[in-house]
Design a protein around this ligand. Sequence first.
Ligand SMILES: Cc1ncc(COP(=O)(O)O)c(C=O)c1O
Length: 392
Amino acid sequence: MPPKPQLNPFVETMDAPPIPAVRQALTAYDGRHGPVLDLCQAVPGYAPHGDLLVALARTAGDAALAGYGDIQGERVLRDALAADINSVYGGDVAAADLQITAGGNQAFFVMALALAQPGDEVILIGPHYFNHDMTLRMLGITVRVVDGDPEAGFLPDMAAIEAATHEKTRAIFIVTPNNPSGGIYPSTLIDALFVHCVKAGIVLVIDETYRDFLPAGSGPPHGLFAHQDWRDNFVHIYSFSKAYCIPGHRVGAIAAGGRIMTEIAKVMDNLQICAPRPVQHALVGAIDALKSWRDGNRDEIDRRRVAFERVIAAKGHWKIVSIGAYFAYLRHPFGDEHAMDVARRLAGDYGVLVLPGSCFGAGQEAYIRAAFANADAAIIDSLSRRLPSQWS
Ligand SMILES: Cc1ncc(COP(=O)(O)O)c(C=O)c1O
């Protein structure tokens, strides 16, 4: 027998993508409790704005946009996004500081490749977004997890971060508002992380995919863009998927300084050449024009949060440990039962789809993530009937 080809062990030893694995359990659901309640993947549970759909149809039919574009992204979109970032955060971000990518996940992949080589270390905060961990490990980058404090929205302790940083550390990656915990990093903690990164000569990467869902009137998420040296030690990741309801069109962005941007361009050219162009042009006018629509969606999702908290509080047994933006992170009431078994049983027996905490790192087996943003208040209310406190 000829030997089988050897595959990349970094990839081969990794678990399969978690969302399809949990969805698989739904095949056992016989519909006895009603339609499936999908609180699994974080997808906005409403349609994109009609004007954006019209613009997409127009730009998709534009022959001029069928060719390759600028590696860094369409200049008009970078100008519009730079202005948006400056209005949200304050600061001096310019088109030159932005790279448009095919989504936030690609932005993360590009960043990781630009910042670290196999054997280097990157700090993630536990629980962590599974794709971040998978990306790093498939690139041969060592993931060092610093667990967040469950009593404090799973935010990390600075002393633990300092202790975990050493000569092989290249970056600290955080997500705020957080996936999976919903925790929101206060700007004081972000400042402290940035100061630490400057001192250690490493980079703070913040994935702000959910920044449009911060509570109304909460002010700038942080002040790093106004810091005169932000370009050396800070990288920001953004996604258009959630705020504009267009995850299928794949658009995200990176904000970074010139030195890092030079390396990003090399990675991006090989990975994608350029992000999809028609959607970039469709978004140019949408950033300003859909501001109040986006604010309305933020308020709607906050109402869903309130409904979710009310349902879980009335139910007892289940405990929300942390909640914010799109997600609730709950402690399940089934003792030592592994979160994956709980999630499979909820899907197969009750038609309730959530993600097990075990997807978000070691030690998370007592938790379940619910993406309450997916469901309107009526669906969330129906959870009170559907979510079991003990197995029937
Ligand atoms: C923290 C975080 N980053 C990135 C992404 C992926 O975003 P995109 O659709 O832009 O790739 C998600 C999606 O769930 C996410 O939760």
